[in-house]
Design a protein around this ligand. Structure first.
Ligand code: NAP
Length: 337
């Protein structure tokens, strides 16, 4: 029998994950959806033969929903993920797991009390071939121990409306923070936040770009540029400098065109295109585990550790001083992962 899924939030990524769950991933069907905008929910549900229900908690409670996908906006994630855990239903929650470490900790506590993994966080970089190759190269010792990391997260333009300077950290840089914690296999120990003058491409009030400088507990220095109105393309960059070599994400263009005295190659335009295969694989993984009543991908603890780090980045930006980060030892439930 197929895994029967309910989806909370039918915006950009909710609609894309519903398409994926109904046309790409096997062994799953979407049976119920909701969104704060009922018309939007109806429009998306209609394309896949799902029904709409009035609220997120109705999705979680529905007797024909075996597992839940949370793709509403960040501040609502904690409540809906906690509800799914309380109902004993596996839940895939888009990042951020919660917007603060305190919110993530409540989810960790609930899952730990349940005594089994139920939560997967949407840190899809861990399923991306390029990021896996960075990790494998480092783990194989090919460039020696890491010393420095230079990373950049550039979007053509920030979504209008509620996107804020804080979200550039909690919703955007959080991807680099989780991916590098995983690639370097270490937690962060301190954060400093810097910024140049505001770009004239940025909407009023948005600090853009921002530069985060993170120190790991193992002494690696990581700089993360977040520039969400760069205009020229969607560009995810990462170079790790080791003691005897470097490893970097490759340019995305499959070919380089030499013509008219120039070499050119295409860039990605958005995250849907850049990480399409990674989103497919993270949901395949989630469906397989949820069908068995559990979760195996990025954990609630990973969401918590990332949020402890983004909290420190926000504090560093607010105070202008280097801010220590202390990620505690994970509970036993997460230690074997
Ligand atoms: P979006 O297009 O704004 O969609 C969010 C949807 O959730 C909207 O339809 C929104 O309605 C709805 N919503 C808000 N509060 C709700 C509630 N309480 N109950 C039900 N629905 C609610 O945003 P998005 O780009 O899809 O992002 C959604 C989440 O996914 C965010 O946390 C974001 O960080 C994450 N995301 C992750 C990735 C990734 O690479 N992993 C990529 C994109 C997004 P309104 O528009 O009326 O508020």
């Amino acid at each position: 029998m197929n895994l029967r899924v309910g989806v909370i939030g039918t915006g950009a990524i909710g609609a894309d994950h519903i398409r994926r769950l109904t046309t790409v991933v096997a062994g799953v069907e979407v049976v119920a959806v909701t969104d704060i905008d009922a018309d939007r929910a109806q429009a998306v549900a209609g394309t896949v033969g799902a029904r709409t229900v009035p609220s997120a908690l109705d999705v979680v409670a529905a007797s024909d929903v075996d597992a839940v996908v949370v793709t509403s906006w960040g501040p609502s994630h904690e409540e809906y993920t906690l509800a799914a855990v309380a109902a004993g239903k596996p839940v895939f929650c888009e990042k951020p797991l919660a917007t603060t470490a305190a919110g993530c900790e409540r989810i960790v506590r609930a899952e730990t009390a349940a005594g089994r993994r139920l939560v997967q966080v949407g840190f899809m970089r861990r399923y991306d071939a390029g990021h896996r190759a960075l990790r494998d190269t480092l783990a194989a010792g090919k460039i020696g121990p890491a010393l420095l990391v230079h990373a950049a997260h550039r979007n053509r333009s920030a979504s209008v409306g509620h996107y804020s300077s804080d979200m550039a950290v909690t919703d955007t840089a959080v991807h680099e923070i989780d991916a590098l914690r995983w690639i370097l296999d270490t937690d962060f120990a301190a954060a400093t936040a810097l910024g140049p003058r505001r770009s004239s491409t940025a909407p009023e009030g948005l600090a853009d770009p921002q530069l985060l400088v993170l120190e790991t507990t193992t002494g690696v220095l990581v700089d993360i540029e977040v520039y969400v109105n760069c205009r020229y393309g969607y560009d995810i960059r990462c170079e790790i400098v080791g003691e005897t070599g470097t490893v970097a994400l490759a340019d995305p263009a499959p070919v380089a065109v030499r013509e008219g005295g120039a070499v050119t190659g295409a860039l990605h335009t958005d995250w849907q295109e850049r990480f399409a295969a990674a989103y497919d694989d993270e949901l395949r993984d989630w469906v397989a585990a949820a069908t068995a009543g559990t979760a195996t991908g990025p954990t609630a603890w990973d969401g918590y550790a990332a949020a402890v780090t983004t909290d420190a980045c926000l504090a560093a930006r607010a105070t202008g001083v280097r801010t220590p980060i202390a990620v505690p030892t994970p509970p036993a439930l997460y230690r074997a992962v």
